[in-house]
Design a protein around this ligand. Structure first.
Ligand SMILES: [Mg+2]
Ligand SMILES: [Zn+2]
Length: 195
């Protein structure tokens, strides 16, 4: 028997994106205090778990490589995220992170790896570890790399975003259409569980 899974991107799906003043960019949280889990996420994860899906995070996290924060801070951010989710019974089955970046300031993480999305290294590993039936699973993400990775491995994808956005138009031109576009993970979970 094979398992089905929901592969989740992290930033913009589980936690809110943060405006980083110093850098002038909207990005990942750079500290524990900047991590804010979107309100409806714990319930959405619970709903998906109850529907029999394994919950697996698959996320590029090049912030250490870029020198935005330390490994210790990254681990604190992760611990806080898990704590917020677990308090509501929203257990994450596994987490896969690519910490590399091809132009990293920090040479330890400077690498052209196969795990960084749109590469499929992390999903392949997760699929083997948890014996996942990829066709009956979903990849939920808010970026083009999420949909590219999902397409490469043959997993249906759901975009967290807006139907009329520039990104949606580009995705359509590149034939990277998701099976559904949801406003947030709650809407995605409703779509998945009513099928
Ligand atoms: Mg994202
Ligand atoms: Zn990597």
């Amino acid at each position: 028997m094979k398992n089905k899974a929901i592969f989740l991107d992290r930033d913009g799906v589980i936690n809110k994106l943060v405006y980083q003043k110093e850098e002038g960019i909207i990005d990942t949280p750079f500290s524990e205090s900047q991590l804010e889990v979107a309100e409806s996420v714990p319930d959405a994860i619970l709903k998906l778990r109850n529907a029999g899906y394994k919950i697996i995070i698959v996320s590029n996290q090049p912030g250490i490589a870029k020198g935005y924060y330390t490994k210790e801070t990254f681990e604190k951010i992760q611990a806080k995220m898990r704590q917020i989710l677990e308090k509501k019974g929203a257990i994450i089955d596994n987490e896969f992170y690519c910490l590399h970046h091809p132009d990293a300031k920090n040479s330890r993480y400077r690498k052209k790896c196969s795990c960084r999305k749109p590469g499929i290294g992390m999903i392949t590993k997760a699929t083997k570890t948890h014996k996942i039936d990829i066709k009956n699973s979903f990849f939920v993400g808010d970026g083009m790399v999420d949909l590219q990775a999902a397409k490469k491995i043959g997993c249906p994808s759901i975009l967290i975003g807006n139907v009329n956005s520039t990104l949606t138009k580009i995705l359509s031109e590149k034939k990277l259409e998701p099976v559904y576009i949801a406003h947030d993970l709650k809407e995605a979970a409703e779509f998945i569980t009513r099928r």
